[in-house]
Design a binder for this molecule. Structure first.
Ligand SMILES: [Zn+2]
Length: 144
């Protein structure tokens, strides 16, 4: 069955449809939340691989509920807490993130980008059956 959701059918060079909430940074965007401006679907994403310059990155996306995205976006938009409240803020964020992932679906959207909020270099929707055929098509099943 083909899923025609806009953000699951991104094309090479598309302008990014995503609003990004950055949660982790490592020389660049590492992980966070994304919301599609067009259809409103919300995702958690993590960097899975990068090139030798660490500029071009591949991210895995998994869908989360709209409500959990909104709660995280609201908390992330608050001004930085005083040092004494930092621990409390981090704990709250960790709980919201855990809750959002508790109901999340599998990783199935893979996006290559240098800036997720600006441009999509490549994107592919890879569900279980696609992964299964990728892994099953290797010559002798060995990992080289
Ligand atoms: Zn969308």
């Amino acid at each position: 069955m083909t899923d025609n959701t806009c953000c699951k059918r991104l094309r090479i060079g598309d302008v990014s449809p995503f609003e990004i909430v950055m949660l982790g940074w490592y020389d660049g965007l590492h992980n966070g939340m994304a919301s599609c401006r067009t259809c409103g679907l919300a995702y958690n994403f993590e960097m899975l691989a990068w090139d030798s310059e660490r500029e071009t990155r591949i991210y895995g996306f998994r869908q989360v509920s709209r409500g959990s995205y909104d709660a995280i976006a609201v908390l992330a938009a608050l001004p930085s807490p005083e040092p004494a409240q930092l621990r409390d803020r981090l704990d709250k964020m960790a709980v919201l993130l855990r809750d959002s992932l508790a109901s999340s679906l599998e990783w199935n959207l893979y996006i290559k980008s240098t800036d997720l909020s600006k441009e999509i270099l490549t994107a592919k929707y890879i569900d279980f059956s696609t992964w299964n055929s990728i892994l099953s098509s290797s010559e002798n099943g060995r990992v080289s």
